[in-house]
Write a protein that binds this ligand. Structure first.
Ligand code: CA
Length: 223
């Protein structure tokens, strides 16, 4: 589980990172909103811990930006203020939960675990055009027709559907579907995109995987 911490108080950020690392999470800390938004948009995190009071781009703006770019990563917002208005504003901006400072480390861990558990059951289907990707069964569906995807096909399709109209580069697909450690190369991505195109056609999907040189892939629906 990868967790991003966005907090300008460096000591607090680092102590949260170390706490989470000691519980087996892969945690990274960044210390300003712009960097937080840029990292968050990579969509490689399972959870973002986001401070509200940040110089420059504050936590609410970061949350809003991430949601606008269709990043669905759960956000746990931290704030020194715990007024009702602040909480509502934070939730409106796209945060999933609000934790007021100072907090107990056990309380933080409980929130983190609850949000990560919830994420598992949050979305069960992604849609594009006339086609749905069933996230729990790994099946592509179009009307009555359906086809099962292999693990890698599913990983690639999921990234493309989550991205909507944005391009997804081959490098990013390699990183997210094959992982940093694997020996897979861009050619592997092309092969799996080929498999997916065949499967989409076989169920009568109106979704096409378009390739744009240097940018990568994006989905287009004819319907
Ligand atoms: Ca702060």
């Amino acid at each position: 589980m990868k967790i991003l911490i966005v907090e300008d108080e460096k000591r607090l950020a680092d102590s949260i990172r170390d706490l989470l690392a000691s519980k087996g999470f892969a945690a990274e800390a960044v210390y300003d909103g712009e960097t937080g938004a840029a990292y968050g948009e990579l969509d490689v995190y399972d959870l973002i811990i986001l401070d509200v009071m940040l110089p420059g781009m504050d936590g609410r703006l970061v949350a809003r930006r991430l949601r606008e770019r269709r990043c669905g990563t759960p956000i746990l917002m931290l704030t020194a203020r715990s007024g009702l208005e602040d909480r509502i504003e934070g939730l409106d901006a796209g945060a999933d939960y609000y934790l007021a400072k100072p907090f107990d480390t056990r309380e933080l861990l409980a929130c983190v675990n609850a949000l990560l558990r919830r994420q598992g059951g949050q979305v069960d289907e992604l849609r594009c055009g006339n086609t749905a990707l069933d996230l729990s069964a790994g099946i592509l569906r179009c009307g009555e027709a359906q086809i099962r995807l292999s693990a890698k096909e599913f990983g690639v399709m999921r990234q493309l559907m989550q991205a909507g109209e944005r391009h997804v580069s081959k490098e990013l697909l390699l990183e997210r579907v094959w992982g940093f450690e694997s020996n897979a190369v861009e050619n592997h991505v092309e092969v799996y995109v080929g498999f997916l195109r065949k499967k989409l056609r076989s169920i009568g999907s109106d979704v096409r995987i378009e390739a744009v040189r240097r940018l990568g892939y994006h989905l287009e629906a004819d319907g």
